[in-house]
Design a protein around this ligand. Structure first.
Ligand SMILES: [Zn+2]
Length: 413
C-alpha cells in the first residue's frame, strides 16, 4: 500500500537530520479516515510506516533501520570509548595522589551493636605485600572495645584496593566518640610467632557511637532448661571451644557483601530482639543475667530457614545448648548462626546461595518454645542482624565516592 496506489492519505511527514532528502510517512493500510485522533485510538495496529527518498521512491525499511542502528552504535561506541579513557585517566591520577594512608568507616555514625566496615587504603591504593594488619576500636577512655584482622578488598580492575575489617562495638559499650587504629605489622619469622608485634606503620580514624535503648526481658526456666544452662559438662566446653575457634577465624573469601535477606519473611513476629537485657529465672530460685545475642523469630516448628546471603557452611551439627545449629561464613570474620532447628539440610563445607533452604525451624536445645534464633558475629562480637539487612556491609561504590570525594555522600547511607 502506498500513496501512489491511492489507498492511503499522507498524515505525517518529517525530515530526519542530517539526511534531509529522506521523508518518513505514516500511512493507514486500509480505509479512509478523516478523524486522525479516533483513527489512532481505534486502529493504531493498522498503520504502517514507509520511507521515501527525495524522488518519492520508497526505501526498503529493513536495510534502512540496519543502517540507522549501525550508525548510532558506531557514534555511541566512539563516545563511550573517549569517555571511558578520560575516566580511567582521571581515576589513575586520583589514585596516584593518595600519598598518606586513609582510614574510613562505613557507617561512621552507628549505635552499640551495629557493625561497620573499616577501610584502610594505602598510598596510591597499593596493597603492600608481607604486611598483616589489624583494625581496632578504642573508646574515649582508651579501652579497646573491638578488634579484627584486615583482609584484602579489591576496589577496581586496575589492581587498586584496600584492606577491610568488619568491626562491631558491643551492644553493651558506652556511647561516644571511638578511635579506629590500624596497625600494619610486618609478618614475623615463624619462630617469633605470637610474640611482640613489630608495628611498621599506624593510621587512625574516628566513629561516633550514638545512644541506643535495649529492651529488658525476664525468662523463667524449667528444671531441665535450668540444668542445661547451669550444669558444667565437658561436652559443652568442647562445643564452645569449637564454636569459638570457628568465629575467631578470619579467612579471605568474600562470599557476599550484602545487603542480607532475613532467614524467614522479614515481617515475621519477633519474640526477642537483638541486645535484650535478659534475666534468666532458674527453677532453683536463683537468677542470672545475659544479653540476647541475636533475633528470635516466633515461627512454628518446620518453618523453612533460608540462607540470607551467599556463604559457606562452617558448622552444621547438634549442640547441647543451641540444639541443631548451623553457622554460615559470609565474609572474613563474619558468620551468621541458626539455632534450635528441627532439621539441618546442609553439610559442613557446602556452598550456599541467597535464599537456599538450609534447615527447618524447631525447638531443640535450650528453648522455651518453637522459634528461630538468628545471630550474626563480626570478629567474634555479636552484632545486630538488622544492620546487615538494611544496607550492604561493604559498598564499593560508596567507598570510591568517599575516597575521591566525587560527590557528597552521607556516612549514614
Ligand atoms: Zn535467641
Amino acid at each position: 500500500m502506498s500513496r501512489e496506489q491511492g489507498v492511503g492519505r499522507k498524515i505525517s511527514k518529517c525530515n530526519i537530520l542530517p539526511y534531509p532528502d529522506l521523508n518518513i510517512q505514516c500511512l493507514p493500510t486500509r480505509g479512509a479516515h478523516s478523524d486522525l485522533k479516533s483513527y489512532f485510538i481505534g486502529n493504531l495496529s493498522k498503520f504502517k510506516l514507509k520511507i521515501f527518498d527525495a524522488a518519492h521512491r520508497p526505501i526498503p525499511l529493513f536495510p534502512f533501520f540496519i543502517f540507522c542502528f549501525l550508525s548510532a552504535a558506531f557514534l555511541h561506541a566512539g563516545g563511550v570509548k573517549d569517555k571511558q579513557a578520560a575516566l580511567d585517566k582521571a581515576q589513575a591520577d586520583e589514585w596516584a595522589a593518595i600519598g598518606e594512608p586513609r582510614v574510613m568507616a562505613f557507617p561512621a555514625v552507628l549505635t552499640p551493636g551495629e557493625a561497620c566496615a573499616v577501610i584502610y587504603v594505602h598510598p596510591q591504593g597499593k596493597m603492600p605485600e608481607g604486611l598483616d594488619g589489624r583494625a581496632a576500636l578504642y573508646n574515649e577512655a582508651g579501652k579497646k572495645i573491638a578488634e579484627a584482622a584486615l583482609f584484602p578488598y579489591p576496589l577496581d580492575e586496575a589492581g587498586h584496593g584496600a584492606q577491610a575489617a568488619i568491626l562491631s562495638p558491643p551492644s553493651t559499650c558506652t556511647p561516644g566518640k571511638a578511635t579506629i587504629r590500624i596497625t600494619s605489622m610486618t609478618k614475623r619469622p615463624s619462630q617469633n610467632e605470637g610474640k611482640a608485634e613489630s608495628a611498621s606503620g599506624t593510621a587512625s580514624g574516628t566513629i561516633i557511637i550514638a545512644e541506643r535503648k535495649f529492651a529488658a526481658e525476664n525468662i523463667p526456666l524449667n528444671p531441665s532448661n535450668t540444668s542445661l544452662r547451669t550444669e558444667s559438662d565437658p561436652k559443652k566446653t568442647a562445643e564452645s571451644a569449637r564454636l569459638w575457634a570457628i568465629l575467631s577465624t578470619t579467612g579471605t573469601a568474600i562470599y557476599s557483601t550484602g545487603p542480607f535477606l532475613t532467614p524467614v519473611p522479614a515481617d515475621t513476629r519477633r519474640s526477642s530482639f537483638f541486645g535484650d537485657r535478659r534475666v534468666y529465672q532458674y527453677s532453683n530460685g536463683k537468677s542470672d543475667t545475659a544479653v540476647h545475642a541475636g533475633i528470635d523469630y516466633a515461627v512454628p516448628k518446620g518453618t523453612p530457614v533460608h540462607a540470607p546471603a551467599d556463604g559457606k557452611v562452617a558448622l552444621a551439627c547438634p549442640r547441647i545448648v543451641t540444639g541443631n545449629s548451623i553457622i554460615l561464613e559470609h565474609l572474613p570474620g563474619v558468620y551468621s548462626m541458626y539455632y534450635h532447628l528441627e532439621t539441618i539440610n546442609v553439610q559442613e563445607g557446602d556452598s550456599v546461595r541467597t535464599g537456599d533452604i538450609i534447615g527447618l525451624s524447631g525447638s531443640t536445645g535450650l528453648s522455651t518454645g518453637p522459634h528461630l534464633h538468628w545471630e550474626i558475629r563480626a570478629a567474634t562480637e555479636n552484632t545486630d542482624p538488622d544492620a546487615f539487612t538494611a544496607h550492604p556491609i561493604l559498598n564499593r561504590e560508596l567507598i570510591m565516592e568517599k575516597l575521591f570525594a566525587i560527590s557528597i555522600s552521607s556516612d549514614l547511607k
